[in-house]
Ligand binder design. Sequence first.
Ligand SMILES: [Zn+2]
Length: 291
Amino acid sequence: MLVRFFLSLFMACELCAGSVRIASLHPLLSEMARRVGGDGIVEVVDLFPSNAELHSFQPTGQEVMAAAGCPLLLACGKGTEPYLSSLQQSIGKKTRIMELGACIPDVFVPGSNVPDPHWWNSPRNMARASLALAEALAPLLPEEEIAALTQRQQKYAKEMEKLERTARLRLTRAPVAQRILVCSHAAMCHFCAAFGWEPIPVLGIAAESQGDMSSLVTLLKQLRTRGVTCLYTERRESPKFMQNLADSLGVPIRPLIMDGIAPDLNSYEAIFLFNINSIAKGFSDSGSSAP
Ligand SMILES: [Zn+2]
């Protein structure tokens, strides 16, 4: 009992001394932690460099040092960060690595048993993850902060649900036959599951993976039969394979921010609306310029 008293006294003093430091491996999780955790209550340490690629990033000693001492480190999970077990060894057991994707049901890449790790492309998933995050933050905050934490999480979740409704309204304007998302990499399966679209990923999970040229003829035939009017690539990537495919089909390529990395856009909402605008242009006026 006495030990518990001194422990809570120690934790209270730590909190008095400043905010709780939380490390994050993805900018969208950082934003969520800032919004839900609250200014001055939670300090978020961004470990993901703004010029890095999601599927090839490996934390360096510098990132490991930055995470040291944080009680919580947020990761996307679902295999997005294959280095998590070695990172856990490097930072030690005092830092809990929380994979927020663990609370999101799997959506599989079509024709495979591989789950699409890009769960953040559905706002409803973000709302669900924010609840898991608030539950993880609660034991780290003083008791008098819990009510405000709950309010911030509920506000965040409501915003995400509103975003989902806005997107649904716009996407239902697409003719049913055109509700197909042909993407460079398998990153929009959660998005498609949320809105009743069909994902056709051309390449693999990682944006950097290369296409199989021998499958081009079969793929072309399939996409022509389906009347595909637009292809989509990660905004920061422009795989040659996709350009060849678009040229052969005579359709435009439009950008999407599938990996959630966009240093020029300051919020999840801005990224998500960029994607919705890009997709809407793909089915409404496929001849106009990209957003
Ligand atoms: Zn990706």
